[in-house]
Design a protein around this ligand. Structure first.
Ligand code: ARG
Length: 415
């Protein structure tokens, strides 16, 4: 038996390696990158849900409960089917009355799928439709629907995105890793916290702020201490301060009437900022959801605080937005002698850790403290207000409690 010459062996080995690399490369491409998001618009008419104007408000309990029911059901429909791997999510974007047959409730839902270019889109669309149609014909759990009015249509990517961009509290779908290390945080990805704004005095970052509509920001009153002239201020959007995704002048600053402008006071630390012209919502600029005044965020709720503030006490502001996970601390605990010894009022909420290490810091003021509900929509719980230095033991961050000022916000902005 004659062995192959070494150079021939080497050539064959090289050939095999190259071939494998090609196969793996193609596999990775087709499995991971050759995918497009497809949007569908569905409308369900319910026959057993009483219509009320609260149903038209995305953040009302009625809207949230009904949407949760619908989304869960739609998700289950696809999870139990051959489309499981291609289904991304569904989202109720609107409820409206259907006048023709007494006030019945129509829910408009956006559905998202990942299809590959080699997929037969027409056949898949048919499958989506027939699965949903079977669902409305049989039952939708406790929801009684009228199958004759069920509609489903494919919609352009721009339309689908537009509808999601206009919803409150939606982050961009490519979710960042929640590795939490503000102080003890991590850099945020683009679109991760699209409601975050930077308030700048003559072009330099002073405070964070949160978009609650396309023209209104909510922030802390103390940001404007001695600087109440709107013409000196601008707001920027996007995860980096320089260069910003968008920039706006300020038309008006409304400071809470009971806010007393002296450095030792932290009560009523809330202000509203009206932009000179509306921002355009994109995947990276969106509004947060405002909770109803009656909403309760329990002790230990996981929240995120974001901002361009210092990474340590007396540190410098940063260019890339930072995020940190903190937990709500109940006022009884926060008012303990060794913590803040009774100075926490009903308009404040504490969040962080008694052991310290993770916290907001100087330059984060005015920025958002948010938490997600079960639908993964993000609500504004607090506004960064004050703290004894940053991330110190027994000195958690103190935030303006948004539910406490919810009616004040509505009075001033109509939101
Ligand atoms: N007052 C500070 C500011 O103007 C924010 C303080 C927040 N401090 C804290 N430890 N959480 O930016």
């Amino acid at each position: 038996m004659k062995l192959l010459e070494p150079w021939k062996l080497a050539l064959i080995a090289l050939g095999i390696v190259l071939f494998m690399a090609l196969v793996i490369g193609l596999l990775v491409y087709f499995l991971l990158f050759d995918k497009e998001i497809y949007f569908y618009n569905a409308a369900f008419t319910f026959t057993n849900i009483p219509y009320g104007p609260d149903l038209e408000k995305q953040t009302s309990k009625q809207f949230r409960d009904l949407s949760t029911g619908i989304e869960t059901l739609v998700t289950r429909t696809f999870r139990d089917s051959s489309l499981d791997k291609k289904y991304i999510r569904s989202h109720v974007v609107k409820m409206r009355p259907d006048g023709s047959n007494g006030p019945r409730v129509v829910a408009e839902v956006v559905l998202m799928f990942h299809f590959a270019s080699r997929d037969n889109i027409a056949a898949l669309s048919e499958r989506v439709k027939s699965l949903l149609f079977r669902q409305v014909q049989t039952t939708m759990g406790y929801l009684a629907t009228d199958p004759s009015t069920f509609t489903l249509s494919e919609t352009k990517k721009e339309n689908g995105e537009h509808m999601l961009n206009n919803c409150c509290g939606m982050r961009t779908s490519k979710l960042p890793a929640y590795t939490d290390r503000v102080t003890g945080g991590t850099s945020a990805q683009d679109g991760a916290w699209p409601w975050q704004a930077s308030l700048q005095l003559r072009g330099s970052h002073r405070c964070g702020a949160t978009l609650i509509s396309n023209t209104w920001l909510v922030t802390a009153a103390h940001c404007f201490r001695g600087q109440r002239d709107p013409s000196q201020w601008t707001a920027s959007f996007g995860t980096v301060i320089q260069p910003p995704k968008s920039l706006r002048y300020i038309h008006n600053i409304i400071i809470h009437e009971q806010y007393a402008d002296n450095p030792s006071n932290h009560n009523n630390d809330i202000a509203l900022v009206q932009l000179s012209s509306p921002v355009e919502f994109t995947s990276e600029i969106r509004k947060v959801c405002l909770p109803e005044a009656s909403q309760v965020f329990p002790h230990n709720t996981s929240c995120f605080v974001t901002g361009w503030g210092a990474l340590e006490d007396n540190g410098e502001c940063v260019n890339n937005l930072q995020q940190a996970e903190v937990r709500i601390i109940k006022t009884d605990i926060c008012n303990r002698e060794e913590v803040y010894n009774g100075v926490i009022t009903p308009g404040m909420v504490c969040a962080g850790y008694l052991e310290g290490k993770v916290d907001a810091c100087q330059g984060d003021s005015g920025g958002p403290l948010v938490t997600a509900d079960t639908r993964q929509m993000w609500y504004l719980v607090g506004i960064v207000s004050w703290g004894d230095e940053c991330a110190k033991k027994n000195k958690p961050g103190v935030y303006t409690r948004v539910t406490y000022y919810r009616d004040w916000i509505a009075t001033k902005t109509g939101i």
